[in-house]
Design a protein around this ligand. Structure first.
Ligand code: NAD
Length: 528
């Protein structure tokens, strides 16, 4: 290569960092692009520019990210330099009205139809890359704890990483084919279009990450309606995704939301004609609401997961697993152990082993009464202000000081107590004693309230494990492990933060956000 060629290439590449390119981008191409989707102008890259660009980028310390207004983002993971205040501003997928947000997502989805599966894969990998960055993980997890006042930083980091790493991608979309004398038929998993996703305050960013990956992998655009209490961090997560997707050449606004999430905005989203599917991850109220819209709806609702322990279980391990699961993120996960049902013969042993593992036993009835007054509303449900608080905080409120080694409050009670019947989402775990394992299984089925959500059992009796799994019909059934093994922490398999018991999809993944469509070629392409 001549010196002049190198000089010209350096000038061309540098102009991309310092100012507008001298030559305009070529016209849109219809050739499937390797650098972007076919709907948009694909800038032809001279191979020389490519090599020199790479060298210059490294030499400049990847400082000048094309999206970064401030110019100091270090170019890390695209352009992720968004301050907490900037996260609340319009732009990067955040709109003033729901109508604008949905229309932008609809336009993006039409363009997205013409992206390749390779593009989709890159975009999904891009989302994973944002939220596996340690600094980003720490930031969104810390902001969630600060903004919602709930949960535990270290556990939120685990949950966000889990959503980024273990939510299935495009590989989940498998094609069926039938061929014969009449030709070839394909049944493919095709997008719905624009999906309206309502997210909970208990897993705000985890659900945005998980739903964005799943919905985009299936070819959809997503309009999020976050919980207002988690507004700032939800908007930040959505903006980070938009910045990254822009850097990867995706259509703008594949993942959007509104600046001021509210019930009115959620209602506007649900009623918008361009929204073809609704996905609600939250309590029973919002699940009922989406199911009554007349649109295709996925409802991922409340749970009240029981854990059964019988006399054949490894009790020290069961106690440790139960304390670990029930104290994870201060018991907020919908899958977390919410009540223990233990066979009388091993109940005392289990309780003492739980105490050895960080559980504080409330044995004085007056303490249990004071706790009930603190954490329950007049109707008997959980006080919002106590949801997701730590065991030490809850005990502190009733004048009992304990150290940080106390992770969980346990108490013995009867099956009718509100602590047993209600989904508290705080580290208070009631223990109910029963005479035998069959009674335990029947009671577990009763206390699960037909949510079809999650249950656990500690036993080495395979017949009883099978009996419980069959009768309880939960989406997740964990045997001899903590509840979080059911979403892939220390258990095999993929994760989801949208567990759809009420509408039957169960463990949602990209295929849950797709329609089965048929493509028929008549009298051809049968080569047998
Ligand atoms: P929530 O029902 O109060 O809120 C969930 C979402 O729905 C929020 O975005 C909220 O703003 C919205 N919303 C609630 N009522 C609404 C209404 N009338 N109109 C419009 N929007 C409305 O639940 P939460 O406290 O945020 O989350 C905890 C609940 O979610 C628990 O019951 C938990 O079990 C459940 N959850 C379920 C799953 C699952 O996968 N099944 C996952 C996480 C949480």
């Amino acid at each position: 290569m001549k010196d002049i060629d190198i000089e010209n290439a350096v000038a061309r590449v540098l102009s991309g960092y310092t100012g507008p390119a001298e030559t305009p981008a070529p016209a849109p191409t219809s050739k499937p692009g390797t650098t972007g989707c076919v709907w948009e102008p694909v800038k032809a890259v001279d191979p020389v520019d490519d090599i020199i660009g790479g060298m210059l980028t490294r030499a400049l310390g990847e400082r000048n990210c094309s999206n970064c207004k401030a110019g100091d983002c270090q170019g890390k993971a695209g352009c992720l330099s968004i301050s907490d205040a900037e996260a609340l501003e319009l732009g990067d997928g955040v709109f003033a009205t729901m109508d604008e947000a949905v229309n932008a997502a609809a336009e993006a989805q039409r363009k997205y139809l013409f992206c390749t599966m390779g593009d989709r894969k890159r975009f999904v990998e891009g989302i994973r890359a944002i939220f596996t960055d340690e600094a980003v993980l720490e930031r969104i997890s810390r902001l969630t704890v600060e903004q919602t006042g709930m949960g535990n930083l270290a556990h939120k980091i685990i949950k966000n990483r889990l959503a980024a790493e273990k939510t299935p991608g495009v590989e989940d979309l498998t094609t069926e084919a039938q061929s014969g004398d009449d030709g070839l038929t394909l049944v493919e998993l095709s997008p719905f279009g624009v999906i309206g996703a309502i997210t909970p305050t208990t897993n705000p960013t985890e659900t945005v990450i998980c739903n964005s990956i799943g919905m985009l992998a299936a070819g959809n655009a997503a309009v999020f309606s976050p919980h207002p209490r988690a507004k700032g961090v939800s908007l930040l997560a959505i903006k980070l995704i938009n910045r990254k997707l822009a850097a990867l050449g995706a259509p703008a606004n594949l993942v959007v939301t509104v600046q001021a999430p509210s019930i009115d905005n959620t209602n506007a989203m649900m009623a918008h004609p361009q929204v073809r599917m609704l996905v609600a991850t939250g309590g029973p109220g919002i699940v009922r609401t989406v199911m009554s819209t007349g649109k295709k709806a996925i409802g991922a609702g409340a749970g009240n997961p029981p854990v059964v322990v019988d006399e054949t279980a490894d009790i020290p391990k069961a106690a440790q697993d139960i304390v670990n699961g029930a104290s994870f993120d201060n018991n907020m996960p919908c899958i977390a152990e919410k009540e223990v049902i233990v066979v009388d013969q091993v109940a005392d042993f289990l309780i003492s082993e739980m105490q050895r593992n960080g559980a504080w036993l409330a044995s004085d009835p007056s303490v249990v009464e004071r706790l009930a007054q603190l954490v329950l509303t007049e109707k008997g449900g959980p006080q919002t202000g106590c949801v997701g608080k730590s065991a030490a905080w809850l005990l502190g409120q009733i004048g009992i000081q304990v150290g940080p080694d106390v992770r969980l409050i346990i108490l013995e009670t009867t099956k009718d107590h509100p602590f047993v019947q209600e989904e508290l989402m705080m580290p208070i775990l009631p223990v109910v004693r029963v005479p035998d394992v069959d009674t335990a299984i029947d009671l577990a089925v009763d206390l699960e309230h037909g949510n079809r959500h999650t249950a656990m059992m500690h036993s080495t009796n395979v017949r009883k494990l099978t009996k419980m799994a069959k009768l309880i019909q939960t989406t997740i059934f964990v045997k001899n492990g903590p509840s979080y093994a059911g979403i892939g922490v220390g258990g095999e398999g993929y994760t989801t933060f949208t567990i759809a018991g009420p509408t039957g999809e169960g463990l949602t993944s990209p295929r849950s956000f797709a329609r089965r469509r048929k493509c028929v070629m008549v009298e051809a392409l049968n080569v047998r």
